[in-house]
Design a protein around this ligand. Structure first.
Ligand SMILES: [Zn+2]
Length: 104
């Protein structure tokens, strides 16, 4: 089960965006990467491929390794590692290793 999910707020641990916070907007499990809003922005030059399409510069978030980000606990507001709790029903819950509160 994924420790980081879409909609989570995370903080970047390394690289040029170190210390930046943002919301996870996409996960790419096959590559172990996530896309975080406002983080790891790359500039792309778009050439019109069809007539009438506009060309220009587009700024877009590029995926970064999930290991480079850490969850910000919605309960205590600290960056934290995520633990897993398995209920008797087999349901898995994520919890914050700092405050031990269930995240979801
Ligand atoms: Zn917490």
């Amino acid at each position: 089960m994924a420790k980081i999910k879409v909609g989570d707020e995370v903080i970047v641990l390394s690289g040029k965006d170190k210390g930046k916070r943002g919301k996870v907007i996409e996960r790419i499990p096959a590559e172990g990467k996530v896309v975080v809003e406002g983080v790891n922005i790359v500039t792309r030059h778009i050439r019109p491929t069809r007539r009438g399409q506009e060309s220009g510069i587009v700024k877009k978030e590029a995926p970064l390794f999930q290991s480079k980000v850490m969850l910000i606990c919605p309960r205590c507001g600290k960056k934290t590692r995520v633990g897993m709790r398995i209920l008797k029903t087999g349901e898995k819950l994520r919890y914050c290793k700092k405050c031990k509160e269930v995240v979801d």
